[in-house]
Structure formats: structure tokens, C-alpha cells
Design a protein around this ligand. Structure first.
Ligand SMILES: NC(=O)C1=CN([C@@H]2O[C@H](COP(=O)(O)OP(=O)(O)OC[C@H]3O[C@@H](n4cnc5c(N)ncnc54)[C@H](OP(=O)(O)O)[C@@H]3O)[C@@H](O)[C@H]2O)C=CC1
Ligand SMILES: O=C(O)[C@@H]1CCC=N1
Length: 277
């Protein structure tokens, strides 16, 4: 599968790396992918062995004109990095940013003639179980089809029709895996506090989240029904949920958590003023 003839990924960190790993696993030809990251100068982190071309600097890259450019650097790095991409011909180029809080207007300013898309993936993409939201109202439908195919190789894709939704998406599904991983930590700590050995408590907590996730993925039932299926009247789960759910504390906490992430996404956008490249 090759949605684009040549894809250059700027930033081979946790998310850029997860997407490229996911693409390769799903059958995208690694020879069509080029990674650029100064961190690859001394240690290419195994990318060359996977067949991916690597470079520490864009100007050293064999491909001079990709069909897709993916920006997978920190939003705070955009000002420093984008001028170095000036040699690219923007005409016909598709630019896909995964950076939190980097607005479409900022991308379009830097890549005047390119088709720019703001996206928000998440790290489960590395195992083909991600979800990515995308926003690019002016992008031609054939480009949307190609980008959708590429992102669907690593999970689900939703297109949103207003940019503020991208801040909400970031707060829910972009950051969301971290909330779930923290729930594993908290559940394991709670098990330990109840007298379980640390490794047993972690094994139970971890597999409970994995198993619940798989059940959710494979079932046609709603989350509410799956919850009810665990909850025997007058039983232990009802006792537990009377604290976690009926008190409203988790809802309040999730509301405050996502609000903080949303506000940070908005603030990142407000502080970014990406120069023309
Ligand atoms: N992590 C996640 O779950 C998600 C992240 N994102 C977004 O993805 C982007 C990257 O985040 P993440 O992968 O977590 O961050 P990382 O720090 O793991 O990755 C960023 C990479 O970019 C590298 N880099 C720095 N300068 C340059 C440069 N000039 N050219 C090319 N690469 C450079 C960094 O190298 P070095 O470390 O040496 O500085 C690092 O390897 C962010 O914008 C974030 O908002 C979106 C969705 C989810
Ligand atoms: O924490 C962050 O800013 C990035 C965006 C979503 C997940 N990680």
C-alpha cells in the first residue's frame, strides 16, 4: 500500500515514530518513507534496518521533493524548523501536521501553496489501534481520500469541520491514552494498598484495562451496557461504582482533566506565530 509516492516525516520521536512503525506493520513500503531528525545522527534507532531512509537534516535527504510532508515535531519547534523546509516546492505538496495547537492558518502561512491538514493522532497507532482526527476544509477530495487511507492504516479516522474541535480532540483522544495508562498505575497502587504484591497488582491492573479495551473493541454493546454487565445488584462492583461513578467524582475529574488539556492546546495555538518559509 502506498497512499503517497514519497513521505518525509520531520521528527522521529514518540508519535512520528509510532505512526511510521504502524504504517510499516500495515504494509506501507518503508522505501517510500524518509525520516528527518537530528537525534538520528549518532543512532538511527533501527530505522535503516527497517528500510526507512534516515537523515539528521532535511538538506541531507536523498528525496528533494516529497508528495507528503508530515510535521511531527513539538509545536514549540515549528519556528526553528520550518524555514529549513523553504527549498520545497509547495505546489502540489500535501503538508500534514500532527502538532498540538499548531493552527491550520499557521501551516498555510508557512506553506502558501501546499494543501495543509491539521491532524491529531494518538500513540495506539503504533499497533494499528489509533484514532486520528483531521481538519482541512479546503483540501481537494482526492487528497482527503489519500490522507484518510494513510491514517486508516493505523486506526480510525474522523474529519472535523471546525478547528476548535481539534483542541477538544487533543484533550480527549490525543492525550487520552496517558489518562488510561495512569488509570492502570492508580488501579495497581490501589491493589497494592489492599495487600497484593506489587507485580501481581500491576499484572491484574494492566490486563484488566487491556481486556476491557478488547471487549469494548469487539462488542456491539455500549460502554454503559458493558459496565452494567459487570455490576451484580448488591455486589462488589456496585459498591465500587458507588464511589467512582455515583458520586460524580470521576466525571468531574475527567471534565477538569480534559479542560486543562483543551486550554493548553488553545494556549499553544495562541503563542504560535509560524514564519513564512
Ligand atoms: N506523543 C503523543 O502521544 C502525541 C504527540 N503529538 C504531537 O506530535 C508531536 C511530537 O510529539 P512527540 O513525538 O511526543 O515528541 P518527541 O519529542 O518524542 O518527538 C519530537 C522529535 O522531533 C525531534 N526534533 C527536534 N528538532 C528537530 C528538527 N529540527 N528536525 C527534525 N526533528 C527534530 C526531536 O529530537 P530531540 O528529542 O533530540 O529534540 C524528537 O525526536 C508534537 O507536536 C505533539 O503535539 C500528537 C498526538 C499524540
Ligand atoms: O502532550 C502533548 O502535548 C501531545 C499532544 C497530545 C498527546 N501528546
Amino acid at each position: 500500500m502506498a497512499a503517497f509516492e514519497s513521505t518525509v516525516v520531520i521528527g522521529a520521536g514518540k508519535m512520528g515514530g509510532a505512526l511510521v512503525d504502524g504504517w510499516i506493520t500495515q504494509g506501507i513500503d518503508p522505501a517510500t518513507i524518509h525520516l528527518v531528525d537530528p537525534a538520528l545522527a549518532g543512532d538511527d534507532r533501527g530505522w535503516s534496518a527497517k528500510g526507512v531512509a534516515c537523515s539528521a537534516d532535511f538538506t541531507d535527504l536523498a528525496v528533494s521533493q516529497p508528495s507528503l510532508l508530515m510535521l511531527a515535531i513539538k509545536p514549540q519547534m515549528m519556528d526553528a524548523v520550518l524555514p529549513g523546509l523553504a527549498p520545497l516546492d509547495h505546489d502540489g505538496l500535501t503538508v500534514l501536521s500532527i502538532a498540538a495547537g499548531t493552527t491550520l492558518a499557521a501551516l498555510q502561512t508557512a506553506f502558501a501553496k501546499a494543501r495543509c491538514i491539521r491532524t491529531m493522532p494518538n500513540t495506539p497507532a503504533a499497533v494499528g489501534a489509533g484514532i486520528t482526527a483531521a481538519y482541512g476544509p479546503d483540501v481537494p477530495s482526492d487528497v482527503k481520500v489519500g490522507v484518510t487511507a494513510l491514517l486508516e492504516a493505523v486506526g480510525q479516522v474522523v474529519w472535523v469541520d471546525n478547528e476548535q474541535a481539534m483542541d477538544a480532540v487533543t484533550a480527549v483522544s490525543g492525550s487520552g491514552p496517558a489518562y488510561v495508562f495512569h488509570m492502570v498505575e492508580a488501579l495497581a497502587d490501589a491493589g497494592e494498598a489492599l495487600g497484593l504484591p506489587a507485580d501481581t497488582a500491576m499484572a491484574l491492573a494492566r490486563q484488566t484495562i487491556v481486556g476491557a479495551g478488547q471487549l469494548l473493541a469487539q462488542s456491539d454493546e455500549t460502554a454503559a451496557t458493558l459496565r452494567t454487565n459487570v455490576t451484580s445488584p448488591g455486589g462488589t462492583t456496585a459498591a465500587g461504582l458507588s464511589v467512582l461513578r455515583d458520586s460524580g467524582k470521576l466525571s468531574d475529574l475527567m471534565g477538569a482533566t480534559t479542560r486543562a488539556a483543551f486550554d493548553r492546546s488553545v494556549a499553544l495555538a495562541a503563542s504560535k506565530d509560524v514564519p513564512k518559509s
